[in-house]
Design a binder for this molecule. Sequence first.
Ligand SMILES: N[C@@H](CCC(=O)N[C@@H](CS)C(=O)NCC(=O)O)C(=O)O
Length: 222
Amino acid sequence: MITLYHYVHCPFCVRVRMALGYLKVPYSSIVVPYDDEKTPLDLCQKKMLPIVKLEEGKAQNESLEIIEKVDEENQLQMDLLKNDKKVKEVTDLLDRFGKPIHNLCMPYWIWTPEFDPSSREYFQTKKEKKRGPFNELIQNKEKFIKELGPLMTELLSDLKPYYKSPVMTILDIMIASHLWGLYVFPEYQFKNEIHAYLQDIKKQCSFDYHRDFFSDEKEVRF
Ligand SMILES: N[C@@H](CCC(=O)N[C@@H](CS)C(=O)NCC(=O)O)C(=O)O
């Protein structure tokens, strides 16, 4: 069985969890404390997750490369990622979503059970260098919520019912995993259609965001 080292809040880690669920690839789950630098450095010489340790013992990072490796039958249409125009379009959309989502959610993610006082302080110190004090981010929440409005409208117009496609692909997993963290922000209300889209992806991926917080079972099977 493969082992997934991940952070629960991280959209790139959620991306891999969703894909493993969709592909029904069982995995052993290790949630790494955010201030644990040694584990990712020992595995991949970089403090970055997700990392998968494959059955033959080799460690691999980069969410899309991990998914490409496990999606042997191309069930998620990974070949879409060979189209530079498509990749740019989706990456650009995720970047535009990422800024307001992360500004709204980071101050809340640190109070979920994934974090202890030491990993919370590490995360907050690191992220505040780029984004400014978390309490100011929350004071400006209306601004970030407003920024999400046109992005949600744009996404909605591209759902056919999946992202520019009648069938679900890796692009939907990339989008849904980026948006998922917003469920942790207490005052955000998704448009009904976007909520329904995210719940559909969740179902198809047998995804359970909080599973690792509350389950003693460290092997995830589908
Ligand atoms: N390109 C990478 C990005 C992964 C990434 O940015 N991971 C972040 C968490 S969201 C990370 O590990 N950050 C560690 C740190 O900043 O200390 C992928 O797709 O896997």
